[in-house]
Design a protein around this ligand. Structure first.
Ligand SMILES: Cc1cc2nc3c(=O)[nH]c(=O)nc-3n(C[C@H](O)[C@H](O)[C@H](O)COP(=O)(O)O)c2cc1C
Length: 429
């Protein structure tokens, strides 16, 4: 093929778009520089919303470590490999993904932008990238799936105290066209998050991020039960702030604002959610229950130890997501990049191993793939794009990530993701 007949790649198309638009005075909507991306997002978010999104557990040493760990390995590019065409598709569970990343499940996207879950679903569909619906979205999975056509979608489950609710959510995910279930393991208790504690802020109490519950028939039944009040809960006082919270709750809850304000239903929903949302006594022995519920691939998210990964495979789990929840749960936990090779070594020959927590750039994705990850999840970066420019902001973050990865892969001497190997990396400390 003559070089002038080469197909235009996604990366070059993105570069050309940015530079040509620049020539007519238009800058990209979202910065490509990740520090600037977060800074711009912060300007547009409320202090509570930004604190919730950016923050992590304790002094956030795991957030720092998630980024630092990538610096312990450097890419060693290979030359003269004919990288004129580059294929960044990857196969997962019998489907071909457009790029080796998915949008991580992120709850309460409304904190970044009004209707954030719906806008992200549209952005995922427009760019062809899979979205993993969060169990803590503010909208139902049916509403999000309805905007996405055939674009791949997965559902992330938090295992609540009610197995009937778990069953109902899984059935709804199947009916909504979700192609896999992600069971998140690392949030059976809420981490000690200093930013949220100091602002005394938890979005769920304002009715944010409980859309999967309030749209669920089993949850609605649970709301009717008179659950015993927590005897340790402090007595509620009527203050200006509590009235403001009630108003927000009535606004966020589905249905008419005035009915919500007077019916007491939103308060009941929040109380029911608080009572049931997590199940700290979950063990491996519970997994067969989930396994029997669905034929969809099940992935466990939050695995950090190879023995847990091995045990998961013994229980018929189809995939592992190495994750520390973006450093939001255990301050001082290992970074995901440093444990990835051990987990790939333990189970990578049996099931796909994915990873997240700290993925920011194309070279991060390249390094993760080189150490054996099948794909990665993009987390806070797309939320920051959302905060800056809504749906278009998410689309630009996705396009930039695709372009950055594709160029890194080509410049490192690889034509396709399956050519990326540990031989392209050098450990430097
Ligand atoms: C604001 C916020 C909300 C999140 N909500 C969820 C969630 O509902 N379910 C889940 O499994 N993980 C959740 N996560 C974790 C992400 O799925 C992912 O593991 C994490 O964002 C990766 O770290 P990174 O953002 O630093 O790349 C959340 C993360 C953030 C930042």
């Amino acid at each position: 093929m003559d070089s002038n007949q080469l197909p235009t790649s996604q990366s070059i198309a993105r570069q050309v778009q940015i530079y040509l638009e620049g020539a007519s005075g238009k800058k990209p909507l979202v910065p490509t520089n990740l520090t600037d991306l977060e800074r711009e997002a912060k300007k547009r978010m409320s202090p509570k919303g930004y604190g919730y999104m950016a923050g992590g557990a304790g002094e956030e040493s795991t957030i720092t470590r998630n980024r630092e760990a990538f610096e312990n390995w450097k890419i060693v590019p290979r030359m003269l490999q004919d990288v004129s065409t580059r294929d960044i598709t990857t196969d997962l569970f019998g489907k071909t993904l457009k790029a080796p990343f998915l949008l991580a499940p992120i709850g309460v996207l409304d904190l970044a932008y009004k209707n954030g879950d719906l806008l992200t679903a549209k952005a995922a569909a427009n760019t062809g990238i899979p979205m993993i619906f969060s169990n803590q979205a503010s909208y139902s999975m049916e509403q999000m799936a309805g905007l996405m056509g055939n674009n791949p979608k997965w559902f992330q489950l938090y295992w609540s105290k009610s197995n009937r609710l778990v069953e109902s959510l899984i059935k709804r995910a199947e009916n909504s066209g979700c192609e896999a279930i992600v069971l998140t393991l690392d949030t059976t208790l809420l981490g000690w998050r200093l930013r949220d504690l100091d602002l005394a802020y938890l979005p769920f109490l304002e009715g944010n991020g409980i859309g999967q519950y309030t749209s669920d028939p089993v949850f609605k039944e649970l709301m009717k039960l008179d659950l015993p009040e927590d005897p340790n809960a402090p007595k509620r006082r009527v203050t200006l702030q509590s009235i403001a919270t009630l108003i927000k709750l009535a606004q966020n809850y589905p249905g008419s604002f005035f009915k919500n304000l007077t019916s007491g239903e939103p308060i009941k929903a929040v109380q029911t959610f608080i009572n049931i949302y997590s199940r700290p006594n979950l063990t491996f022995e519970d997994l067969p229950f989930l396994r029997k519920l669905t034929k969809l691939p099940i992935l466990l998210k939050g695995v950090l130890h190879p023995e847990d990964a091995i045990k998961a495979c013994e229980y018929g789990i189809d995939g592992i997501i190495v994750s520390n929840h973006g450093g939001r749960q255990v301050n001082g936990a290992v970074s995901t990049f440093e444990v990835l090779p051990e987990i790939v070594n333990a189970v990578g020959h049996k099931v796909p191993v994915l990873m997240d927590s700290g993925i920011r750039t194309g070279s991060d994705i390249f390094k993760a793939l080189a150490l054996g990850a099948k794909a990665v999840l993009l987390g806070r970066t797309y939320c920051y794009g959302l905060a800056i420019a809504g749906q278009k902001g998410v689309e630009e973050v996705i396009q930039n990530t695709i372009a950055d990865f594709e160029l890194t892969m080509g410049l490192a001497g690889c034509k396709a993701v399956n050519e990326i190997t540990s031989g392209h990396l050098k450990k430097v400390n």
